[in-house]
Design a binder for this molecule. Structure first.
Ligand code: ARG
Length: 460
C-alpha cells in the first residue's frame, strides 16, 4: 500500500503511478533528503516529540540507507513515487514502526522545498568553481596577449585597434558578474522552509532555528504558504544560468567565426574539434557550436519554469514537480558547457600575425586621425568630415591611411604634418587608450591585476 493509501479503496492504476512518479528526476537529491531528515529527527527529539532512543534509531537507519544507496545495494522504485517517499519507505522497512514517526510535523511540500534549496546551494558552489577556473584561463591568456594587436569591431565591421588581452578580459568581466549574481542568489536560496508543513505550519512546538543551524541555513522562511510554494530561487538560478550561457555563446560564436578561413584568428586544438564523415579536409568547432546551441535549451528552461509558476494558486500544486526538469537541466547544461569551454580555450592557438594584418586594414586608425586634427584645434565634427574624405580617397586609390603621402594629406588639411605617421601607427592608436577600462596594454595589465585580486578573494 502507498504511504498515503489509507483513504483509498482501490489500487493506483499503473498509468497513474507512472505519470505521477518523479523518482527518475528527484533521486539525485537523496543526500539532501537524508540530511534534512536527520536534522528534522534531531530537532523532534530535542523538542520532546521523539525520544532519544527513537531519534538514534531513525538517524542510524537513515545513515545506513545512504551508504547502501551509494554502494548500489538499495535501488529506488517508481512505486514509491518520489525520493522522499522512497527513503521513508526504506526506513520503515528497515527499522519498523519507529520509522513511521519521522514524518511527524512535516509534509513533502516543505520537504521538497528544503531538498531543492540544499541541492541548489551545493550546485551553485560547484558552478562558481567552474566559472572561476575558466576565468583563470582567461587571465593567463589575456596576460600573454596584452600586446597582441587585433581589430576591434562594431557591427562586425572593423572599428579601432585593440589587443586580444582586452578582448578576452571583456569575457572575464561578464563571468565576474555571473559569479556575483550567483553569490547574491545564495542569500535567497539559503532560507530554511521546514516547519511550513503542508501549507499552514504545524501545531507541534518545532524549533525551526535549530534545524536551520544544523543544516547551515542563514534564516527560516517567514510565511508557511510562501515557504512551500516559492520557487523564485529556482527561477533566479535559471535566469543566472541563461545569462551565463548567453556569455559563453557569444564567446563561442567568436571562436567559430575566428577559426574560419576568412578570419583565421585562431586555430582550435585537434583534441577539441571534430571531423566530417564525408569531407576529409574538415576540422569543425563542434564544441563551440554545441555550447551556442545549448544556450537555447537553458533559455527554454527559464521560460518553462516561469510558465509552470505563472498561474498557480497558493500554496503547493503538483505542477511544481515540473520545476526539477528545468532546474536540473540548467544545472547540468551549464556545468557541461563550462567543463569543455575551459580546455577548448586553454588549447586554442591564437594567430597574432593574422590579427595584426586585420587591424592594419579597414581604416581602424581613422578615429585617431580625426583626434590628431582635434589636437590641432579643429572641432571634432569638422575633423570627422575631413577624415571621411581622406578615407574615401584611400578607398579609391586602394591604399591605407599610413600609405598616403604627406603632400596628399596636406591637400585635405594644411595642419597635417609629418608626425601624423607615428600618430596613426596602429600600435600607437591602441596604446594611446590608456585610461581606466581602455585597451592600452598597460591598462589591460592593470585590469588583469585587479582581476587576479578579485579571484583570490573569491577562491577563499
Ligand atoms: N514529488 C513532489 C514534488 O516534487 C513532492 C511534493 C509532493 N507533495 C504532494 N502534496 N503531493 O513536487
Amino acid at each position: 500500500m502507498k504511504l498515503w493509501g489509507g483513504r483509498f479503496s482501490k489500487e493506483e492504476d499503473p498509468r497513474t503511478e507512472d505519470f505521477n512518479a518523479s523518482i527518475a528526476l528527484d533521486s539525485r537529491m537523496y543526500h539532501q533528503d537524508i540530511r534534512g531528515s536527520v536534522a528534522h529527527a534531531a530537532m523532534l527529539a530535542k523538542q520532546g516529540i521523539l525520544t532519544d532512543e527513537e531519534r538514534n534509531q531513525i538517524i542510524s537507519g537513515l545513515e545506513q540507507i545512504e551508504k547502501d544507496l551509494e554502494s548500489g545495494v538499495l535501488q529506488f522504485s517508481p512505486q514509491a513515487e518520489d525520493v522522499h517517499m522512497n527513503i521513508e519507505t526504506f526506513l520503515i522497512d528497515r527499522i519498523g514502526d519507529v520509522g513511521k514517526k519521522l514524518h511527524t510535523a512535516r509534509s513533502r511540500n516543505d520537504q521538497v522545498a528544503l531538498d531543492l534549496r540544499m541541492y541548489l546551494r551545493d550546485e551553485i558552489v560547484k558552478i562558481k568553481a567552474l566559472i572561476l577556473a575558466l576565468q583563470t584561463v582567461l587571465l593567463d591568456l589575456a596576460e600573454a596577449h596584452a600586446d597582441t594587436i587585433m581589430p576591434g569591431y562594431t557591427h562586425l565591421q572593423k572599428a579601432q585597434p585593440i589587443n586580444l588581452g582586452h578582448h578576452l578580459m571583456a569575457y572575464f568581466e561578464m563571468l565576474r558578474r555571473d559569479v556575483e549574481r550567483l553569490r547574491d542568489l545564495r542569500k535567497r536560496v539559503n532560507v530554511m522552509p521546514l516547519g511550513s508543513g503542508a501549507l499552514a505550519g504545524t501545531g507541534f512546538p518545532l524549533d525551526r532555528a535549530y534545524v536551520a543551524e544544523l543544516l547551515d541555513f542563514d534564516d527560516v522562511t517567514r510565511n508557511s504558504l510562501d515557504g512551500v510554494s516559492d520557487r523564485d530561487f529556482a527561477l533566479e538560478f535559471c535566469s543566472c544560468a541563461a545569462i551565463l550561457m548567453m556569455h559563453l555563446s557569444r564567446f563561442c560564436e567568436e571562436l567559430i567565426l575566428w577559426s574560419s578561413d576568412e578570419f583565421s584568428f585562431v586555430e582550435l586544438d585537434d583534441a577539441f574539434t571534430t571531423g566530417s564523415s564525408i569531407m576529409p579536409q574538415k576540422k569543425n568547432p563542434d564544441l563551440a557550436e554545441l555550447i551556442r546551441g545549448k544556450t537555447g535549451r537553458v533559455y527554454g528552461d527559464l521560460m518553462a519554469l516561469l510558465t509552470v509558476m505563472k498561474s498557480l494558486p497558493l500554496a503547493y500544486n503538483k505542477d511544481m514537480q515540473e520545476d526539477k526538469n528545468a532546474l536540473f537541466d540548467s544545472i547540468d547544461t551549464v556545468k557541461a558547457c563550462l567543463s569543455v569551454m575551459k580546455p577548448m580555450l586553454q588549447t586554442a592557438a591564437f594567430k597574432p600575425e593574422r590579427m595584426y594584418q586585420g587591424a592594419e586594414r579597414g581604416f581602424t586608425n581613422a578615429t585617431d586621425l580625426a583626434d590628431y586634427l582635434v589636437g590641432k584645434g579643429v572641432p571634432f565634427r569638422d575633423a570627422h568630415a575631413i577624415v571621411g574624405q581622406i578615407v574615401l580617397a584611400c578607398i579609391q586609390e586602394n591604399i591605407t591611411l599610413n600609405e598616403m603621402p604627406l603632400e596628399r594629406y596636406q591637400t585635405f588639411s594644411p595642419l597635417i604634418e609629418v608626425d601624423i605617421f607615428s600618430y596613426i601607427d596602429i600600435k600607437a592608436c591602441m596604446e594611446r587608450r590608456n585610461l581606466p577600462g581602455g585597451t592600452a596594454s598597460a591598462a589591460v595589465r592593470r585590469t588583469i591585476y585587479d582581476g587576479r585580486q578579485w579571484m583570490r578573494k573569491n577562491m577563499e
